[in-house]
Structures are given as structure tokens and as C-alpha cells.
Design a protein around this ligand. Sequence first.
Ligand code: C5P
Length: 237
Amino acid sequence: MIRIVISKTPEVILALDVDNRQEAQKILHATGEKLKWVKVGLQSYLRDGPDLVHTIADSGKKVFLDLKLHDIPNTMAKAMESLATLPIGMLTLHANAGEEALLLCSDIGKSFLPDTLLLAVTVLTSMDQRALQSIGVKSSVIEQVERLAILSVKSQMGGIVCSPQELIHLRAKLPNDTRLITPGIRPTGSAIGDQKRIMTPSLARDAGADYLVIGRPILAANDPAQALENILGEIRN
Ligand code: C5P
């Protein structure tokens, strides 16, 4: 019997890691309506603040605010209240903050950010086995990722940020409606840069990704709009 696997098409999120506001405007203009999601990280948010988030939302795109909140439960909850007026579609929290903090944030999210998908970050992809051991974690990286992902889902998080290599493992362990968001995406032929564990857009789609976070393959391309178009073509085919 031939089994046909139909993968769903993930959405592309542009990581807007640029040095200044002008660059940000330029890339938003160049990518136009083809781009639906933009990720604003610490670099841009600490420089340009809520105003940048409003500018992106006003241009018709959805914002993924990647602040990776990690603090005591009350402080995380209050930080989320401070974001309540922002038009954000996704927000990251560190799963390491623990169940109490994540559950409280989930409750606060329902009241203050009802349209925002809360995402948990498990083990940062910059950490390997040695780095985990140096902070007293004896489990392997994948065991720790799985532990934190399951804890996050139990704590009402809507999605998990993970490396492409963790997609298949997590997809099998988590409920179907848990969104999986992955950076480390490199179309064939594009520069790898500092990413270590990479995957092409179509392989990440087949491994079960719901969203692909992509920065430099689009930002550093001679024609960013064409680079985005090529990636969208690859994941639709
Ligand atoms: O340029 P590149 O495609 O490597 O950008 C990936 C984006 O995803 C960057 O904003 C990076 O900070 C972010 N990210 C990552 N690995 C993680 C979490 C976030 O590369 N584990």
C-alpha cells in the first residue's frame, strides 16, 4: 500500500534582526504583502520599543514579540500586563521559569492578551550537552527539551520554539494543536552563518513545523522579496 503523507504548509516569520529603524522599514516595504509575520527580538525592541511593534502591525503584518520572559511568576505576569496594549500575535516565555509562572502567565494572557499565542522556549539552541551539565542538568539535550515542552503544554502554552532537529520528536510527543515554531532554517545554497543544526524549509515542513523563523537568508539576499518568494514556493510545492 502506498501511504501519501500530506504536510501542511508552514507560515514564514521574518526575524527582523537589523541595525536600525530605516533598515527595518526598507525590508518591510520590499517584502510587501507576501510577508505575513515579523519577529521582533530584544535587539530591536529595546532600541525601538512599542512604536516599532505598532508600525509593523499598522503595515498589515502580525508581530511575534520574542522577549523570552524569564523571572519570578509575579514579575512575568506584570510584564505581560505591561504589553497589554500591544498588537502582538505571539510572545515567548522561558519554560525554565516553571509551571507556576507559566500557568499564571497563561491566565494573565487570557485577560490582557487574548489574541496572543504564548510560546515556550525550552533549551536554547546555543546550549549543548556540556553547557547543560555546567548548570547542573544531567539529562541529555533532547530529554530536557521534551521535559520542558511537556511541562509547557501542561501549563497551557500554545506552542514551543524548537530546533528543526527536535521537530519530529516533539510532534510525536505533544498534542496535535501545539504549534511548533522553528528557527535554524536555511534554503539550499544560502549561507549557514552561526546556525549549527539547520534544515531546509521543505524538510522542516515535512518534519511538522507550523512556523519557520527565517532571518539572514532573506535579510542578506540581494533581492529579499525574491528570496522570500523562493522560500514560499519551496514550502508550497
Ligand atoms: O538569521 P537567522 O535565520 O539565523 O535568524 C534566526 C532567528 O531566530 C534569530 O532572530 C535568532 O535569534 C532566532 N532564534 C534562533 N535560535 C533559537 C531561538 C531563536 O536562531 N533557539
